[in-house]
Structure formats: structure tokens, C-alpha cells
Write a protein that binds this ligand. Structure first.
Ligand code: PFF
Ligand code: NA
Length: 451
């Protein structure tokens, strides 16, 4: 984004916008978080409610963020203020933008720690560490890694330095263009791993039924909230990020079509990851609910045992690191823009200060896996606390504010024209954006409070 920043120019092409938005969306959320949340939340109950949340809540809110951003043509906080002013409404809407900036700050602190794991695993896989190992062996290696806070610190620092460097040097656009090759590459490697799960593990059927067999009895308030929160996380919603991307958009871009593209790509990558990982879980009698380490324990089994596995594994973790970086640069941007505007720091200084503060908070996150594991906030270690605070609380709340703002306070006739909708299609958008999406978020909140 930084290249366009100064003049607030519009996207040179629709392609640049789609790449930035998809780059932000597709990341660790799809490959690391989706499978582990699925495992923790009991499989299909989570997957199916997540798909519903994506379609009925995530997609309309993504469109709403772009609508608001394109209308406001400024940074996220001011986008809402300005649009509010245009509509003669209260300035209070800008609070939503503020919470969004804080959310991206908190998320990046733990996102960078996990990004560091991905970088470390490039080298672990490349040096043949996993050759011939089963789930026991890969599990021991991961546990050892997690217990070594110095090693975690090194890789968290490397990942954060890469993020800061890319944003400070203003080469984010180049990285996003590279993702045009990287993302299909990631999908192909995942498909190879799905094939490995299908043909070499003997547990593909169990994995598929774990992921997709409807078992509505398993759905409860906490699964619903986890699924909703993840829908926001995976689409980069509720942080003003998509909103600020929208501010670079020209009128000619079809928001609904573009949103559909981004959502489908994001969802397909997540489902591929799930179908690659769970056959390995069941074939090796691993615990689906193992938590944040799930992919780092399962995928190395495949890399350590398949022909060409070392090479494929190195490639996979490089591609994962790239996907994580195109997301982390988008997470750093809101704080940088805020500092740049409110202080005399300038672009580079603001990037260093924002990135440094996030890096420091990340240290607390990585210590929660070892030295500080006993330290809890409301029953959660620091990593879990920040993850839950953002995904299950801040993102859905700001998302709720966003959709209410777009559907109830903006001029609906101009939105109808902007989206190019008529007749039944417009009715559907109207009903979903005004009622289904906001009430859906509220129902999930209430259900989770009651369970
Ligand atoms: N959507 C990214 C992922 O799924 O990995 C993570 C993320 C990026 C979350 C940007 C939030 C955000 F604003
Ligand atoms: Na995602």
C-alpha cells in the first residue's frame, strides 16, 4: 500500500487491489489457525458453522468495509468519521476505527510469533530433521522447540524484521505481485498433501467425515463464537484493513464479484489445509484438539516419509512464510498510518516504532509457551488471551458496527447503484446486510454468553 500512500492514488488496476486483499486474507489463518480451531472445536460443527458465517456475515461485511472505504477515501478512522459527517451522523462511529487499529496491533504480536515458527520450519525440514519420523517424533521436536524461548525469540524477531523492512522500504506492492505466483504454488503443494492424505495414510475417510459430516448436536454457543471469530480473522475483517484498501478503489471495480473471489480463494485454501492435515492426525493417532502446534506436528510426518518430501516441505514452509508476510504487512499498516498522522515521526520512523512495540508485545506471547505458561489472564495464557480478545470479541464487535453503519446509516439507493443490484438480488442484499448479518452476530454473542 505504501507506494500509493503519499498521493492516495487509486489502484493502478483491479488486479493490484485483488492481490493486496487476497494477500491480506490468505495467511496463517487458513493453514495454521483453521485446522487447529477445527480440531479444538470438534470438527464438522465448527467447519459448517464457519462456512455459514463466511457466507452470511463475512462476505457482506467485507463488501461493507470496501463500500465505506471507497466512500471515505482516507484512512480507516477518518473513513468512518467522514462518511458519518457526509451523512450528518455522530462522530462516535470513529471509535470503531480506533478499536480496529488496536485489534491489528494485538493480532500482529502473536501472528509474528507463529510466522517465526514457519520460518524456523523451513530450515528444520530442509536439514532432514523429520526423515522417517512418526507423530511421536515430530511431536517431541515441536515440544522441544516450543520450550526453547531463545529460539522462538530469534524467529519472531526475524519475521517481525521482515515485516518492518517490507513496510518501511515501501516494497509491499512487489511482495503482493509475487503472491500471484506464490498463492497458486501454495494451493498446489496443499493439493499434493491432500493426495498424500488420500492415498498414503488410510485415514482419509475418517478425516473427511470428521470435517464434513453434519452433527448438529455438537454445535453450541462457544463453537458458534469460535466460528464467527475465525470468519472475521481469516477475511481480515473488523480492523479497518479492508476499509483502507477500499479507499484506493476506483468506482469501476465490482465489489460483490471481487468479494466473492477473495472469499472463495480464502475458503478453498483453508479447506485444503484441513483435508491435508486431518488424515495425518488420524493415521498417527494424534489428538485433533492438540492446539496451535497441530500443523507443525502433522505436516512434517508427510514431509519426512514421502518421496521428495524434504524438498516439498521446504517449499511449503517458504510459501507459508510468504503468505504470512502478505498478511502481516497489512496488519502493521493501520498502526503505522495512525502514528504517521498523529506524530512527526514520518513513514520510516512510524514503521519502526509501531513494529518495535508489536515485537515487544510478541515476546510476552512467545514466553506464554514456556517460561510464562503459568501466567494467566482470565484463565488464559497471554497468547490465548490476545487471540480470544481479538477474534471472539473485538473483531465481531467492530464488524457489527461496520455492517450496521453501512446498511442503516449510509444512503441505500447509492449503495444499490454502486453494487449494481436490482430487483430480487437487491432485496437479498438488503435483507442480509440489514438483518441477517447483524442479527447473526448478536445471536452468536448471546448464545455464547448462555453456554
Ligand atoms: N487474514 C489473515 C489470515 O487468515 O492469516 C490474518 C489477518 C490479516 C487477520 C489481517 C486480520 C488482518 F487484519
Ligand atoms: Na485467511
Amino acid at each position: 500500500m505504501s507506494t500509493q500512500k503519499q498521493s492516495h492514488a487509486q489502484w493502478g488496476s483491479r488486479m493490484g487491489f485483488v492481490l493486496a486483499a487476497t494477500g491480506s486474507a490468505v495467511g496463517l489463518g487458513n493453514i495454521w489457525k483453521f485446522p487447529y480451531m477445527t480440531g479444538v472445536s470438534g470438527g464438522s460443527a465448527f467447519v459448517l458453522t464457519y462456512l455459514l458465517c463466511i457466507a452470511l456475515i463475512g462476505l457482506p461485511i467485507l463488501v461493507a468495509e470496501w463500500l465505506i472505504g471507497r466512500r471515505g477515501q482516507k484512512n480507516p478512522i477518518h473513513a468512518m468519521e467522514d462518511v458519518a459527517a457526509q451523512n450528518q451522523r455522530a462522530k462516535a462511529w470513529s471509535i470503531i476505527g480506533m478499536v480496529g487499529v488496536l485489534g491489528s496491533f494485538l493480532i500482529l504480536s502473536f501472528y509474528s510469533v507463529i510466522g517465526g515458527w514457519a520460518v524456523d520450519y523451513i530450515f528444520m525440514t530442509g536439514s532432514g530433521t523429520f526423515a522417517g519420523l512418526d507423530g511421536d517424533g515430530t511431536g517431541k521436536i515441536f515440544t522441544g522447540f516450543l520450550g526453547n524461548h531463545e529460539q522462538l525469540l530469534v524467529w519472531h524477531t526475524v519475521f517481525m524484521a521482515l515485516t518492518i523492512g517490507i513496510v518501511a522500504m515501501g516494497v509491499a506492492g512487489g511482495l503482493e505481485r509475487a503472491s500471484k505466483l506464490m498463492m497458486p504454488g501454495l494451493a498446489v503443494v496443499l493439493l499434493i498433501l491432500v493426495a498424500y492424505g488420500a492415498f498414503a495414510t488410510g485415514a482419509f475417510g475418517r478425516a473427511l467425515s470428521f470435517l464434513f459430516t453434519p452433527d448438529w448436536s455438537k454445535i453450541n454457543g462457544s463453537v458458534l463464537l469460535a466460528a464467527l471469530g475465525h470468519a472475521f480473522f481469516t477475511l481480515s475483517l473488523g480492523m479497518g484493513i479492508m476499509m483502507s484498501y477500499g479507499s484506493y478503489l476506483g468506482q469501476e471495480v465490482n465489489l460483490l464479484k471481487t468479494a466473492r473471489t477473495v472469499v472463495i480463494l480464502d475458503t478453498v485454501i483453508a479447506l485444503f489445509a484441513g483435508m491435508a492435515i486431518f488424515p495425518l492426525v488420524f493415521a498417527n493417532n494424534l489428538e485433533p484438539a492438540a492446539g496451535p502446534g497441530l500443523i507443525f506436528v502433522t505436516l512434517p510426518i508427510a514431509f519426512g516419509n514421502m518421496t521428495g518430501g524434504t524438498l516439498l516441505g521446504v517449499l511449503f514452509f517458504i510459501l507459508l512464510t510468504f503468505a504470512a508476510l502478505t498478511s502481516s504487512i497489512s496488519l502493521l499498516e493501520p498502526t503505522v498510518e495512525l502514528l504517521e498522522e498523529k506524530t512527526p515521526l514520518g513513514r520510516k520512523g512510524a514503521t519502526l516504532v509501531a513494529g518495535g512495540a508489536i515485537w515487544a508485545l510478541g515476546i510476552a506471547c512467545l514466553l506464554s509457551f514456556n517460561l510464562w505458561s503459568e501466567f494467566t489472564i482470565l484463565g488464559n495464557n497471554i497468547f490465548d488471551f490476545l487471540d480470544k480478545l481479538t477474534s471472539k470479541f473485538m473483531l465481531p464487535l467492530t464488524g457489527l458496527g461496520t455492517i450496521i453503519f453501512a446498511a442503516w446509516f449510509m444512503n441505500q439507493e447509492s449503495i444499490r447503484k454502486e453494487l449494481g443490484l436490482q430487483g430480487g438480488a437487491y432485496m437479498l442484499w438488503h435483507i442480509i446486510s440489514r438483518f441477517v448479518a447483524p442479527i447473526g452476530v448478536i445471536i452468536v454473542f448471546v448464545a455464547s454468553l448462555m453456554s
